[in-house]
Design a binder for this molecule. Structure first.
Ligand code: Z5A
Ligand code: MG
Length: 212
């Protein structure tokens, strides 16, 4: 009797600085992959819909103050609380496009001057993305994409520090840097190729653990 190997979904993360187009590309990816008949869903971090996410939301909207270490751990906890859902989704063959992940966690806390190794520790052991698509955007072009909003971290100097840390975290074995200054549809085509290739290549591979 032939054994039927079930296919797992792929975990694809979109990262990048503010206004690089992560959320735009995530939604387009959902539509394009869904049209092929493959299962795919979106997740985003912070996920502001959970109890922990609600505290993060208040912090980002400057309604409450929290110590840097405490909020860093909340962002990480917000990822850990969704790990069972991530694993279950991938196991039933559905892929996930994630808008920001642990890399944003380290980059934003690190930009405050916090120790990078300390920042990385709580995220060690999360499901490792099968691919990280890093949307690279020049700061001049980012500033042309409208004014920064009222949330914490939304200023150019801070975003430059964030970008420096993203480059330190970049791992060419699974990161793909995409030039995000081009038209939305052109960026999408590049991302789409990476996603389809990753779904195929990883369907029978185990899910790895981040930084382990
Ligand atoms: N944060 C943290 O500190 N620690 C953590 O662990 C995590 C996050 C996970 C909220 O995140 C904050 O939390 C964030 C990091 C911190 N702080 N900041 N800053 P968020 O994900 O909720 O942030 P956001 O405000 O939703 O996303 P964003 O980064 O600002 O934007 P984006 O998703 O990359 O871009 P977009 O919304 O898709 O596009 C921006 C605009 O540009 C929009 O008008 C588009 O129509 C336009 N656009 C997009 N692509 C193009 C192209 N190709 N050409 C022209 N115009 C374009
Ligand atoms: Mg966004």
């Amino acid at each position: 009797r032939k054994m039927v190997m079930t296919r797992r979904g792929a975990l694809i993360v979109l990262e990048g600085c503010d206004k690089a187009g992560k959320s735009t590309q995530a939604k387009m990816m959902l539509d394009s992959v869904t049209k092929t008949g493959k299962g795919i869903r979106l997740m985003n971090f912070p996920d502001r819909t959970t109890t922990i996410g609600g505290i993060i939301d208040q912090y980002l909207r400057k309604q409450i103050e929290l110590k840097d270490e405490a909020v860093h751990l909340l962002f990480s906890a917000n990822r850990w609380e969704l790990v069972p859902e991530i694993k279950a989704t991938l196991a039933r063959g559905e892929s996930i496009v994630v808008d920001r992940y642990a890399y944003s966690g380290i980059a934003f806390s690190g930009a405050k001057g916090m120790d990078l190794e300390w920042c990385r520790a709580p995220d060690v052991g999360l499901p490792k993305p099968d691919a990280v698509i890093y949307l690279n955007l020049d700061k001049k072009i980012a500033s042309q994409r409208g004014d920064y909003g009222q949330e914490r971290y939304e200023n150019i100097e801070f975003q430059e520090k964030v970008k420096d840390i993203f480059w330190k975290l970049k791992d060419d074995s699974y990161w793909h840097v995409i030039e995000a200054s081009r038209p939305i549809e052109v960026v999408h085509q590049d991302c789409y190729k990476i996603v389809l290739e990753t779904i195929q290549r990883k369907e029978h591979q185990p899910i790895e653990l981040l930084w382990k």
